[in-house]
Design a protein around this ligand. Sequence first.
Ligand SMILES: *[C@@H]1O[C@H](CO)[C@@H](O)[C@H](O)[C@H]1NC(C)=O
Ligand SMILES: *[C@@H]1O[C@H](CO)[C@@H](O)[C@H](O)[C@H]1NC(C)=O
Length: 508
Amino acid sequence: MGLLILPILITLLFSVAQGSPQLRRANDRQGQCTYTFTVPSPKEGTCAEPGEAMTAIRELQRENAAVKQDTDGLKIRLSLLEKVVNRLLGGEGTGQSTSSPQSFSDTQVDVRRLMLEKDEWESQRSSLEMSYSDLLKEKASLEEEKQRLTERLEKVQQRQCPQVAETSRNRDQPISPRQAPYVTDSHGGPARTSSAQGKGGPSELSPWGADGVGYQELKSELTALPASRMFPESHSTGQGSATMGTPGCGELTWVGEPTTYRKADNIAGKYGVWMKDPEPVSPFTLDTIWRINTVGADIRQVFEYENLDQLVKGYPTKVYVVPRSMESNGAVVYKGSLYYIRKKSKIIVKYDFRTETVAIQKELVDAGYHGKYPYSWGGYTDIDLAIDEMGLWAIYSTENAKGSIVISQLEPKTLEAKQSWNTTIRKQAVANAFMVCGTLYTIASYSSPTTTVSFAFDTHTGVQKQMSIPFQNQYGYASMVDYNPTEKKIYGWDNFTMVAYDVRLSKM
Ligand SMILES: *[C@@H]1O[C@H](CO)[C@@H](O)[C@H](O)[C@H]1NC(C)=O
Ligand SMILES: *[C@@H]1O[C@H](CO)[C@@H](O)[C@H](O)[C@H]1NC(C)=O
């Protein structure tokens, strides 16, 4: 009878050993069999590349299939074994098929032998059953791993198929991802649809964090006090405009009506940043447009558009994913790099678009952050970066300054503060601020359709003065206001809408 069972077991062991999970058998010195199951552990890709992720997923799928096949095979064979064992236990009556006919006198010996064999088989069976349940567990963990990798792959695909997230309008006609040039047909749609990866793609929105729009706006309501009560009297001496040696520089005298360029498609674009680089470096140009939707718990995507026309149509050339989340919309693009505030920190990150790496990051010493000194509209606008004819600036506040605006001129290469100025303008009392020719200008309201540029602080003279240049918030929620010194324009993001204003300076 043992001869009958042995081939079955051998077959069983063989077939199991062929799949990825391996069952090994060894005889110890007492002639007892020991069985070992080995299942290769899933790959630990901490940051799998898309290709790697795909390969890993395919491997896992193959492994899964193999495991399933093996376990199914095991089940069948186990039940076969059971039948054989039962038959052995059930007595000789059914034993006709056995190859060794026994005489009645031998029966007692056989029965004893069979009892021993039965015990052995029982223990082997239970060990196989245990192994089987281990296999099932392994299978479950493989499936978990597969799920994890699938999610990762989706994220990667989302990065690679930015237009999916960029505009729902284009979702059914994905364009080539990453820098692939695309052609626009005569109907204004993409002439070529490349990968199908965008189809059934991931959701449009970043997952909501605790710091969603509602919370930010609620916070802004709590902190927005009437400006009139918060300004100390200005030190204006009426000295007039500063000593501005820079060509084309002067004092801000007029801001035009906003021109609307584009409305964001979804809530992620209620606030945002859009701008041109005033001093672009090749391969970027003065036409290149940069855009970031800044609502969400994980703001990392930066859209690049070839020009205004492509922005309006919603076709980005490329999407960059910065390595660390940013906070709010204080970011600027200057000389081929993005400067932004890292989430929940006072760290300024310089991200080089050409190498797609972080060139440098540095803490802005003493700066309040993450809701300590935001603009009146909230949105963790504690640290606002700005570009003007003089270069790169940070507009923020500190504990020492007790919430008044501090301005620092930054060295773009090192992010060191070259020089700083204290103003007496309460940061939380103004809606926004921007720099023009070394002078800080602040806007009184983010929601009033007819507000004003109400204060100026000239870093050349240290003179602060009140002013009243009309400024329109056409859409009722201005979250970003930034100056472009090359175009002499103000770029703004007003309640989902990308707008721009012409400006006039006194000596232009
Ligand atoms: C700004 O004010 C702070 C606190 O009063 C002071 O420590 C700092 O030296 C001032 N900075 C400048 C440039 O005046
Ligand atoms: C902002 O825009 C949304 C959608 O266009 C609109 O419903 C809302 O009233 C606007 N908010 C303000 C303050 O105007």
